[in-house]
Design a protein. Structure first.
Length: 257
C-alpha cells in the first residue's frame, strides 16, 4: 500500500487540516505530493462546510523544500515545462478562505515559501525558517524573494537569501513573519483554536479582508520575474554542481566544473 502523501482531517467544525506526509524525506515537496496537495486544497476551498484551512507537517519538519533528487533531473527547459511551481502558486492564491501554516521544526526552501503564501503563520519556539537555495546554485522560485522582502524588508531578506542561513523562531517573530509562537508539540492544537475563532466570524468579511490585504502585497511583487530567473538558474553549471555536491554530501566547487 502506497504512502498517503497528504493527511487530511477535520478536527473541529469548519476547520480542515492538510498535513505533508513524507517523513523519511523531511516532507520534501515532490511533484507527486504537490499534485495531491493541490487536489485536496481545491476540494477544501470548494467545500462550503470548510471555513478555514490549516497546512502543517510533522514534528521535525514542516517541509525541507523541493525534492533535490527531482531537481537534479531538471534543466532550464524541463523545469519550465513541468510547471509544478507555477501550479503550486496558482493553487494557493486561488483559495479565498483563511490559510494558516502550523509549523513545527524546519520550514526551508519551498516549504517556507508555502508558509509565506499562507495568511497566518503559527510556529513552535524551536522552529527555524530559511531559503537556502543559493547553496545549491539556485534561487527561490515560488515567490520567496518577493514575499519575504515584502514581509521583512530588503536587508533582512538579503541576509536570509544571500547567506542561505535559517533564522530562529524568535527572529521570525521579531521580523513579523510569525503571528505567534507556541510550545514545542502544541502548534497544531493552538492553530485549530485560532481557526475555530475564524469560523465564528463572517466568511464574506474574512474573504474581502483577505483580498484587500493580498492586493497590497501583490502590488509589491513580481513573481513572474522571479520565476524566470529561477528557470534560468536551472540551465547553469553552478546548479548542476550545487545539486550534485548536495547529493554527494560534499562542498560544491563553484566555477571549477
Amino acid at each position: 500500500m502506497s504512502q498517503e502523501l497528504i493527511l487530511e482531517s477535520t478536527p473541529a467544525d469548519g476547520v480542515r487540516v492538510l498535513a505533508f506526509n513524507r517523513p523519511s524525506n523531511r516532507n520534501a515537496l515532490s511533484e507527486e505530493m504537490i499534485s495531491v496537495f493541490l487536489e485536496k486544497l481545491s476540494l477544501a476551498a470548494e467545500d462550503k462546510a470548510v471555513r478555514a484551512i490549516i497546512i502543517t507537517g510533522s514534528k521535525m519538519f514542516f517541509s525541507a523544500g523541493a525534492d533535490i533528487k527531482e531537481i537534479a533531473a531538471l534543466n532550464a527547459e524541463t523545469a519550465r515545462g513541468c510547471r509544478y511551481l507555477g501550479n503550486l502558486c496558482a493553487g494557493m492564491s486561488a483559495v479565498r478562505k483563511p490559510l494558516i501554516a502550523a509549523i513545527e521544526g524546519m520550514a526551508l526552501g519551498g516549504g517556507f515559501e508555502v508558509a509565506l503564501m499562507c495568511d497566518l503563520i503559527f510556529a513552535s519556539s524551536t522552529s527555524h525558517f530559511g531559503l537556502p537555495e543559493v547553496t545549491i546554485g539556485l534561487i527561490p522560485g515560488a515567490g520567496g524573494t518577493q514575499r519575504l522582502t515584502n514581509a521583512v524588508g530588503k536587508f533582512k531578506a538579503m541576509q536570509m537569501i544571500l547567506l542561505g542561513t535559517p533564522i530562529t523562531a524568535d527572529e521570525a517573530l521579531s521580523a513579523g513573519l510569525v503571528a505567534q509562537l507556541f510550545g514545542e508539540g502544541t502548534v497544531l492544537e493552538n492553530a485549530i483554536k485560532k481557526a475555530s475563532r475564524l469560523v465564528e466570524l463572517s466568511a464574506t468579511a474574512l474573504s474581502l479582508a483577505k483580498e484587500a490585504v493580498l492586493r497590497a502585497d501583490e502590488l509589491g511583487r513580481d513573481d513572474e520575474f522571479e520565476r524566470s530567473l529561477y528557470y534560468f538558474a536551472f540551465g547553469t553549471k553552478d546548479k548542476d554542481e550545487g545539486v550534485r555536491a548536495f547529493l554527494e554530501k560534499r562542498s560544491p566547487a563553484w566555477g571549477k566544473n
